[in-house]
Design a protein around this ligand. Sequence first.
Ligand code: GLN
Length: 481
Amino acid sequence: MNIENLTIASFKKGLEEKTFSVEEITEAFLKRIKEDNKEIGAYLSVFEKEASDRARRVDEGIKRGEALKNLTGVPIALKDNMLLEGTKTTAASKILKSYRAAYDATVVRKLKNEKAVILGKTNMDEFAMGASTENSAFYVTQNPYDTSRVPGGSSGGSAAAVAGNLALAALGSDTGGSIRQPAAFCGVVGMKPTYGAVSRFGLIDMASSLDQIGPITKTVEDAAIVFNAIRGKDSYDPTSVEKEYNEDITKPDFDEVKKLVIGIPKEYFIDGLSHEVKKGVEKAMGRFKKLGISFKEVTLPHTSYALSCYYIIMPAEVSTNLARFDGIRYERTKDDVKNLKDVYFKTKGEGFGAEAKRRILLGTFVLSSGYHDAYYAKAQKVRRLITDDFRKVFEGVDVILAPTTPTTAFKVGEKKDPLSMYLSDIFTVSANLAGLPAISIPVKKYIKGNGELPVGFQLIGKHFHEPDILSLGMLYEKETS
Ligand code: GLN
């Protein structure tokens, strides 16, 4: 069975026409994982037996005449910061290395209801802090397009799994770009939904006012299908919202889509943008123009403050969220400890990696009484200005098009100092600060092994206007494939 050309949409068709069974496809993916995961390192854990059993049960249901749902039998991977009852959930941290989830995240419950087959949990930067998976406490994931390069991060394992045909789709989480940046590096599609569109219940928090769960898939259509399955209000996440759409968002009316106006923000086409990325994004713009879409130049004047603003607000929230890993709740230290200080040194001191510690320290500093107003409070004001920039621009355009990343995938070990790593997030953090939906789409179909590295472009939409960015993406995909 050739799983390389399979998409969620074509998989469903295959099941309907009985071209294959869920079990056959699941086994094909499990075989691939066995062959290739050693090199790629996309998964931290694989549920071989559970996935096979589940696939068989789903097939039985189909035989009994159960209606096919959009994700019935779809072999899917989960980033290791989402809880799946009874299984290890480490967030790629030593501090949670043998922690087992006590319940299902809401997105997991939804995937189970849809009868998806969960293949395993994917590698990531520790607690989702990073842009390369090099901050994983366990191992570095490799980019399937060039194994000497990183897959991006923090959802690098999920993006590499989809790009390397080790899963048909995956879920990632995005706090400052962690779905879109690895998707761009691995030549796949990744969408960060509007803040509140998808429940965060059962996601291990990084920075709660920025985190969102979203799909990583081979096509935009597949991203729309997965998003539709996981979105919606959840009583366990008070920040979640139900949004009704007039039409089926997976089947847009392309004549209407062509009327959307795209804004090009000049602040995103700056000096640090690499030649390959610039060329790729221009190519994407050219294709949209050919399709008859109109463009406007726009300005988001506070863009240059976004990264600094993010690297104050995010660590502030990280420092409070990570306080719960205190060696008493969750994993308990088994060593002989004499007092509370000892417990902290044994657990936090040894359990957290360097990046997690750096952010806890930074966050504690910007929240401390003497510095709160100078840093945290000021950053919150800047966040408002950034959000207002978007609000103004969206009065004149429907969608914003920009690069996803300043460069293509970099080499493993290339970015040694943290600041140069943080710069990878320059084009993605604004959408998180403003809570807007954003998707990264590969400029074209890339072929592995010919030396060319994938480039992604980004579409940012208005709050809860996922259909705009998805339908434009689907139009692009339809016309370019
Ligand atoms: N690379 C960014 C960071 O290190 C984004 C992380 C994320 O989105 N989880 O914070």
